[in-house]
Design a protein around this ligand. Structure first.
Ligand code: 5GP
Length: 120
């Protein structure tokens, strides 16, 4: 796999503070912010601060500290967004997964009843 990272992608610019974002949580290893085009009442993107292009890249190469930091950010978002009734976590990946931004991000979608995961 080619996991080469484009430092000009939009989330890299957000991490550098070049583009504004609505931050909901941040720690040493991850940033969580509201999606600019929300698909539900709650739609937050959780991203690692390191240069990882996808979930599989992050799982392979991120340190244990980065992975724990990311998961702790996810937990903080779930708590602060009040998605007790449930939510969906989505990591669109590369072409088949219809990934638009080439910096790993987890969509946290909820706050309302969702439909089936994939059209049948
Ligand atoms: P993907 O298709 O890569 O999984 O999703 C990328 C997501 O990033 C989309 O849901 C899109 O609305 C969101 N997005 C794209 N550009 C920006 C931006 O500049 N700011 C924020 N907050 N979200 C963005």
């Amino acid at each position: 796999m080619d996991y080469s990272y484009d430092p000009e992608n939009i989330f890299a610019k957000i991490l550098r503070g070049e583009i504004p974002n609505y931050t909901v949580f941040e720690n040493d290893h991850a940033l969580a912010f509201r999606d600019i085009q929300p698909q539900a009442k709650v739609h937050v993107l959780v991203i690692p601060k390191g240069p990882y292009v996808s979930l599989d890249h992050f799982a392979r190469d991120a340190s244990a500290q980065e992975q724990v930091g990311f998961m702790k950010a996810l937990a903080a978002v779930c708590e602060s967004e009040g998605v007790d009734a449930g939510f969906r976590a989505i990591a669109n990946t590369r072409a088949h997964g219809v990934q638009d931004v080439p910096h790993f991000h987890l969509h946290i979608i909820g706050g309302q009843q969702l439909g089936v995961m994939l059209p049948r």
